[in-house]
Design a protein around this ligand. Sequence first.
Ligand code: NCD
Ligand code: ZN
Length: 406
Amino acid sequence: MLQKPIKMPLLIKNGRIYQNGVLTAKNIFIESGKIRKITDSEVQAKEVIDAKGKIVIPGIIDPHVHIREPGLTHKEDFQSGSRAAAKGGITTFLDMPNTMPPTTNAERLEEKRRLARKSVVNYGFHFGSTLDNLDEIKNAKNIASVKIYMDPTTGDLKIEDLGVIEDIFKTGRMIALHAEGDNIKKIIEIIKKTGKKAYFCHVSSEKELQFTQDHETKNNVLVEVTPQHLFLTSEDAEKLGSLAEMKPRLKARRDQEALWKGIREGTVDTIGTDHAPHLLEEKRKVSFPYGIPGLETMLPLMLNAVNEGRLELKTLVKLCCENPAKIFKIKSKGFIKEGYDADLTIVDMPLVKEVKNEELETKCKWSPFNGWKLKGWPVMTIVNGNIVFDGKEIKNIRAKEVEYGA
Ligand code: NCD
Ligand code: ZN
């Protein structure tokens, strides 16, 4: 049963909160789903969360998620996928269009909107492109981007015609791309020609990262990398078999190092999970589908990297909260600020826990990180001022579609 959201004043006290690059001991007062006050004093509230010893960061925004509804709900649906997000500390995700049918016209977008109402974290939609849906692209309402698939992957949305792609760029909509290898170079040429921006999903190799850094266009180019390409390599694929098969495929250690260098140097803009669940029985087939789940492991992997000194918390918040909000112009999210939405993730940095398949919320119930012992976990997820994940249980409280603006 879905509960109506409770609009109760909530106080988070004794925690250290992340604001403007630093952690400060402040209390956060929440009312009507918004951050009302960030203060040193203790405001009266009906509900109080004691965040002693914990860190409060802006809710994680995952810009790249495949929820699979409609059509492939045996793999995931908006309820199971959003519960996995909540457990992973993710308060907003942007859903990809390669469902069945794909989200390539207004009617299907509205249908998806209706289906997504059961989501327990906030959500937005990427719109799909085909060889002939330019008018639909121009008129699509409240979307994060138009996704162009240039390489074969799950679904049937591949476009190779560069003329069509250029026309899609010329609509002026935000563009997200699945472009691998030399296809990135082709898009860089289109960016030079049109002066438009592009968001490259899951950049996975040293060479691809170099292509995105062409000095003429690098200010118009945004780069996403996935946790799987940061924490696994083709050596792991030898052990994990099809459970480590995804698009783009895992690369060599040297590529992985280039991605980490990109993070340190600021050439990587966001982390997207590319949560792409398939059932184990599907992955075990000879002709298995590509993709792995990731909503529940992204933040623990990144926090573990912070604990190991490989990543600064500041960079994590930039990649996983601030930049996704800025790039896709998501309103009132990505920062802990008075007046902003009360989407918050509370993390326990010293907590050590193992990733366990059987504890996952995703319908596919497996992870290539099964058995990894990680230090640093989300212990509470607050969405629109409601405690959706309290460290143990997930509540089915409805969330909202995001809005976009300047
Ligand atoms: C994705 C899927 O299964 O939907 N698979 C993947 O390997 N990443 C599709 C995609 O993002 O290419
Ligand atoms: Zn994807």
